[in-house]
Structure formats: C-alpha cells, structure tokens
Write a protein that binds this ligand. Structure first.
Ligand SMILES: [Zn+2]
Length: 121
C-alpha cells in the first residue's frame, strides 16, 4: 500500500506538457485512460444500470408529458359543450367566447355535486 502511495506522491512531482496547447500539469492531475480491455467490475455494471434507468426515466417523462398534453387538449375541446350545457338558453344566445367564462365549482349537498356559475371577463 505504501508503494502505491509513494508512486502517487511521485506523480505529483512529474510535470507534463500538453502537445496541443503547451499547458503544464502534474501527472497526478491527468485523467488517464487506456484502450486496453479490462475485466468488468461491479461499478461498470452499476453505472450501466444507472444509465439504462436514466434513459427509461426520460422516456417515461416524455410519455407522461405527451399524455398530459393530450388530456389538456381533450379538456379544452369539452369547454364549449360544458358551458352550453350549464348555461340557460338566454345566456348562450349571447355572443361570447366560452374560454372567457371562469367556472366556480362547489358542492351543494341536496342538489347535484356540481354547480357552475359564470362571470364575463
Ligand atoms: Zn492541452
């Protein structure tokens, strides 16, 4: 173990010059890598599973967003029908944009669960 420590300590004293930009760094600061194949470790397996999970997560998020967007669109398409069904004929004859009507929903125990009031904005 002390041999590894002393090797690492020596790496701090070996200076390198980058052939591209002439930057001087210590050997111990370099992120060295090799093309040589090595035996897989549990960390390689773990990292691969974390990557797969990340991909699944982002796939799930984009599907969830798509579903949410479609639900919003379906809801918006229902607005004119709901407004027409909820208002009296005298009011629906008036010229108005159904999206300008703000519903206030509250339950009334003896009546329907749902009642709709409106305001012009
Ligand atoms: Zn460089």
């Amino acid at each position: 173990m002390s041999e590894i420590l002393s090797t690492f300590t020596n790496f701090k004293n070996i200076l390198c010059i980058c052939p591209e930009c002439n930057n001087i760094s210590r050997l111990s600061e370099l992120h060295l890598s090799s093309n040589k194949k090595t035996k897989k470790t549990w960390l390689d397996d773990f990292e691969s599973r974390v990557r797969d999970l990340g991909e699944l997560e982002s796939e799930h998020d984009s599907k969830a967003n798509e579903i949410r967007e479609k639900a919003i669109q379906r809801g918006r398409e229902q607005v004119p029908k709901m407004i027409n069904a909820s208002l009296s004929g005298a009011i629906t004859k008036l010229k108005y944009d159904p999206y300008d009507i703000k519903p206030i929903n509250h339950s009334i125990p003896a009546m329907d669960d749902f009642s709709l009031m409106f305001f012009y904005t």
